[in-house]
Every structure is written in structure tokens, then in C-alpha cells.
Design a protein around this ligand. Structure first.
Ligand code: ZN
Length: 69
């Protein structure tokens, strides 16, 4: 069972790619609802947390742990 860990500023991958073709989204606001911004076309969307977690796949890049590679 995979734990779902995500935080503000993380780049996450969703199960369904954005219509523009990019599947990388940046979390730009967290609360009752989560605002994510498409890395490809910069379009942002506000989704309820439950819906976000349903569509969330994994964190690609965490804002808290800088990765050397
Ligand atoms: Zn997009």
C-alpha cells in the first residue's frame, strides 16, 4: 500500500494527463481544496481534496528535498 504524501510546491503526477498533454502539476495552494497548476500550459485548477487524492498518482519532485539527479 502506497502512502500518499504531497505538499505545497510539489510537482505531482495525476492519473489523467491534462488536455494539453502534460501530466505534471504543481501544488500551489493547499486547504479544503487544492489548487494545482499545469506545468505544461500554466493553467491552474481548484479541486476538492477528495477528488485530488482520487486522481493523484505520485510526487515527481518534492519542494522540500532538493534532488541532485
Ligand atoms: Zn496543461
Amino acid at each position: 500500500m502506497e502512502r500518499k504524501i504531497y505538499d505545497l510546491g510539489d510537482i505531482v503526477q495525476m492519473k489523467k494527463p491534462h488536455p494539453c498533454g502534460s501530466n505534471e502539476m504543481e501544488i500551489i495552494r493547499m486547504g479544503m481544496d487544492i489548487r494545482i497548476k499545469c506545468v505544461g500550459c500554466k493553467h491552474s485548477v481548484l479541486v476538492p481534496r477528495a477528488k485530488f487524492e482520487k486522481n493523484f498518482k505520485k510526487v515527481l519532485r518534492s519542494s522540500k528535498e532538493p534532488q541532485s539527479e
